[in-house]
Design a protein around this ligand. Structure first.
Ligand SMILES: *[C@@H]1O[C@H](CO)[C@@H](O)[C@H](O)[C@H]1NC(C)=O
Ligand SMILES: *[C@@H]1O[C@H](CO)[C@@H](O)[C@H](O)[C@H]1NC(C)=O
Ligand SMILES: *[C@@H]1O[C@H](CO)[C@@H](O)[C@H](O)[C@H]1NC(C)=O
Length: 414
């Protein structure tokens, strides 16, 4: 692979996140409940995993609807060879990400331009959609009259075509010694001292994505016998054809580890990369529990452009107890709370976050101003420590129409 290709992969490999899906019964044809709503189900390339193994795969040019369209929904889950949903306690889905890019036509070595979302972390967390263990029960549809516009020929540079990259990071935890430790990518369990590129881990780094990259192994109980098996990410895309009446929304992903504050208005990507994506939660001192053993992290995020909030949902890992986004004046923009499973079956696995609640404010009722500073808060229970957790917030924002099309006074249209 050309090196810029690989560099893209590295950037995206430290991402995660976000969004999606009302749970659909597997393998069921989707009813076209609305005129013009198209739906298609695809399978990623096959990946093979045995007990303890990690796959962190980057599939370029995956199957995807083509043409000038508006995306309305994207759902994904891990299935086996027979199309059965695979539960998280067998294959932990750390994340999947869907990334948009342009590729030069007819070039033999790929010439690629990544097309990140509108979010403040630049190419890090630049995906259009992405989620982790919560994928089966997190709503991600985009309500009418909104949609995510793709395939606009005016946006695609001459000689290029639009394509999609799917990153799937899965950890096979059948028979492992410490399930939570493996899913939190604790370096000791992976016997890893160097990151994917061969660089020694930074001192004090005890867990996270740098210890569970592709082809690493989490420690399995001796004598455990499990077979390798073939898995796929099955994803369902819904879309409508382009038409004037559909209002485009922009995708933002905010990250609670983004400590730059962004009190500036700089727009260059280099200036914006403060996003670390993951962080650790220290166990509270059992003797003098601080803050009721809640680890609360809060940052400010400068939003150069605002608009109407159409959708919001957070991404957290096990231990998460909720995240919220507030406006500059302290008003609540969206709160997103994890749903924990209570059983064994796929979609309801005990101990795992199987869904995140989402916000669908009535359009026009929740606004972000241009140049507003938002506050993002992510809470975890710290009754035990955690490594490699996340506090991301996914937002869809519709920018206001151009000034000249606005009413001249502040009359509200009903
Ligand atoms: C851990 O890694 C070291 C050095 O890379 C190797 O010598 C050792 O055998 C590994 N231990 C296990 C349990 O795999
Ligand atoms: C944005 O930054 C530029 C250059 O640093 C500065 O001149 C301008 O006043 C800033 N605008 C706002 C709205 O802060
Ligand atoms: C997070 O925890 C803090 C401190 O306990 C609390 O004030 C805040 O409301 C919590 N926020 C969320 C989103 O749960």
């Amino acid at each position: 692979m050309p090196s810029h290709f690989e560099r893209g992969s590295l950037l995206f490999s430290i991402i995660l996140l976000l969004l999606v899906s009302s749970r659909l019964p597997p393998s069921q044809a989707l009813p076209l409940n609305k005129k013009g709503l198209n739906s298609a189900v695809f399978l990623s390339p096959k990946f093979v995993q045995g007990p303890g193994s990690v796959g962190d795969k980057f599939y370029y040019d995956v199957d995807f609807p083509r043409g000038h369209i508006f995306l309305k929904d994207f759902n994904a889950e891990v299935v086996d060879d027979e199309g059965n949903s695979v539960p998280l306690h067998e294959t932990y889905l750390h994340h999947w990400l869907l990334v948009r890019y342009f590729e030069r036509k007819y070039a033999d070595s790929s010439d690629i331009i990544m097309v990140p979302n509108s979010g403040v972390c630049g190419h890090i967390l630049g995906q259009y959609f992405g989620l982790g263990s919560e994928t089966r029960r997190t709503m991600s549809y985009i309500p009418d009259p909104y949609g995510i516009e793709i395939g606009n020929p005016d946006e695609i540079p001459d000689g290029y075509q639009e394509k999609w990259l799917l990153n799937v990071h899965a950890i096979d935890t059948r028979g492992v010694e410490d399930r939570l430790g493996c899913t939190e990518c604790r370096c000791d369990l992976y016997n890893v001292t160097k990151d994917k590129s061969g660089k020694p881990l930074r001192p004090g780094y005890v867990g996270g994505l740098h210890c569970c990259y592709d082809d690493t192994h989490c420690r399995v109980k001796s004598h455990f016998n499990g077979i390798k098996r073939s898995l796929y990410l099955r994803y369902t895309v819904k879309w409508v054809d382009w038409e004037n009446a559909i209002v485009p929304v922009k995708i933002y992903i905010l990250d609670v580890t983004d400590t730059r504050g962004r009190a500036d208005n700089s727009t260059s990507i280099g200036a914006r990369v403060g996003c670390q994506v993951e962080y650790d939660v220290e166990a509270c001192d059992a003797v003098s529990p601080h803050n009721g053993c809640t680890d609360s992290k809060r940052i400010s995020v400068f939003m150069a452009n605002g608009g109407d909030v159409i959708y919001g949902a957070a991404h957290q890992h096990s231990g998460g107890i909720g995240a919220a986004l507030y406006g500059q004046d302290g008003r609540l923009i969206c709160e997103s709370i994890p749903i924990y499973g209570e059983g064994k079956e796929a979609g309801n696995e005990a101990g795992y976050i199987v869904g995140m609640s989402s916000c669908y404010p009535h359009p026009g009722t929740v606004k972000i101003s241009n140049g507003e500073t938002l506050y993002l808060e992510s809470n975890y229970s710290s009754t035990q420590g955690h490594t490699g957790v996340m506090g991301l917030f996914y937002l869809l924002i519709a920018e206001p129409p151009l000034k000249h099309s606005r009413p001249t006074h502040d009359a509200r249209l009903v």
